[in-house]
Structure formats: C-alpha cells, structure tokens
Ligand binder design. Structure first.
Ligand code: GRF
Length: 216
C-alpha cells in the first residue's frame, strides 16, 4: 500500500502525536510518520517519537536570528524527509505567510474549538465564560491567518453543567485523539480534498443526528 509521508510538528506534550503514532502502527493505515520536529528542546513529544523509533528533530526557534531562517530550516527538514503532509499538533509558533504558502493544501492543524469560534488561546476557558452549550475541536488546512482554513473534521462536545476548564480540556483531547488519525486517513485515501476555501468529500457519510443541550 502506498503510504502518505507525514511530518509532525510539535511544541510540547505530544498527545496528538501519540494518537498518530498509534494509528500508523497498524499495517493498513495509509500514512507513515517520516519526521517529528519540535521547536522546543526536551519536550515529552520528542520522547514519544524516540520511543516509537521515529526520527525526532529539535529546530529551536531561539537559535535563529529571524523567523525566515527558522522557517527555512523547518522547510529543509520537511523536504529532506520527502514529507507530503505536515501535521501541526500543538505547534505553538505562528508561521509566516511565506512558509504557509509553500505548504499550501499540504499542511493541517488541530485546534481545540469549533472554528471559526474561539481562535487563539484559552479556548476552553473562554467557551465556559460565555456559557455556550457546545465546545469542540477542529482539524483544518492551514492558511496564513491564524486558526483559519478549509475545515476537514470537527467534533461538537456538549458542555456539562459542572464542567471545569480542566475537565473540558481532558474531554476535548479524547476527541482530538480520535479525529487526527481519522482526518489524516481521509486525506491519505483521497476522500477529503481542498476545493476553494472548503474541503470536498468523496465517499464519506456526512449525515449525523443533531445535538440539543440541554435536552428539551
Ligand atoms: C491540543 O489541544 C491541540 O488542539 C492544540 O494544542 C494542544 C496540543 O496538545 N493545538 P498535545 O501536545 O497534542 O498533547
């Protein structure tokens, strides 16, 4: 089976990376992780990559004079490993339009909210503060504007009456870990493709029952 070559970029704990590592361990999974890049040294995600026998590289943004040379190093590393799809998984540096456009339609991100609501940081706390009934998470293709781009997959996560920021973060992560491997699979199998500013699906069942919270 031809496998899509992934490059995963992280900055921290790497639980989404772990979900991808676990998925790629299955013989019939249509993707393979060629390199894991962290912009921060000694993070847990790098250990996860090493434990899985993957190429794990630190490209520390602090070691570069400017953003362009940092991003040139990222680009070179991804290109050297013949990466076909970049997966941002808790990568906490904003990327320039130049870098994003070099990887246009070949780079996806996971964000812990139902985009386009709650771009940026502290998404769970802000959703709780607003009293919305649903939080969520989104996998989207990356465009130069932060947390923007064609949406591949989303989860709507009902907020419980006793929800705390910690419980919502934990709950959201369980959905993230299911979604990231599933979204990569759709892309690898050619079932999800960018078309304009949306993702078009082929042979995918998009019909789901609606959710109401609180129950009427
Ligand atoms: C996740 O919540 C992801 O949505 C966000 O950063 C977090 C990364 O967590 N972009 P991890 O490093 O995968 O554990």
């Amino acid at each position: 089976m031809r496998k899509l070559r992934l490059g995963v970029m992280i900055s921290g704990s790497g639980t989404n990376l772990q979900a991808l590592i676990d998925a790629c361990a299955a013989a019939d999974y249509p993707a393979t992780i060629e390199v894991v890049i962290s912009n921060r040294p000694n993070v847990r995600g790098l250990e996860r990559a090493e434990q899985a026998g993957l190429k794990a590289v630190t490209i520390d943004h602090k070691a570069f004079d400017d953003k362009e040379s940092f991003e040139d190093a990222l680009h070179e590393c991804l290109s050297d490993h013949k990466v076909e799809l970049v997966c941002l998984a808790g990568f906490m540096r904003l990327l320039t339009a130049g870098f994003v456009n070099r990887w246009r339609d070949r780079m996806i991100n996971i964000h812990p909210s139902l985009l386009p609501s709650y771009k940026g940081l502290h998404t769970h706390a802000r959703a709780l503060e607003d009293g919305v009934r649903f939080a969520g998470c989104t996998i989207h293709y990356v465009r130069p504007e932060m947390d923007n781009g064609p949406i591949v997959m989303q989860a709507a996560i009902p907020i419980a009456s006793d929800e705390t920021e910690e419980s919502l973060i934990a709950k959201t992560l369980t959905y993230e870990h299911k979604m990231y491997p599933a979204a990569v699979r759709l892309i690898a199998e050619g079932k999800a493709r960018v078309s304009g500013n949306k993702v078009a699906f082929k042979d995918v069942d998009l019909v789901m029952p609606g959710l109401i919270s609180p129950l009427p």
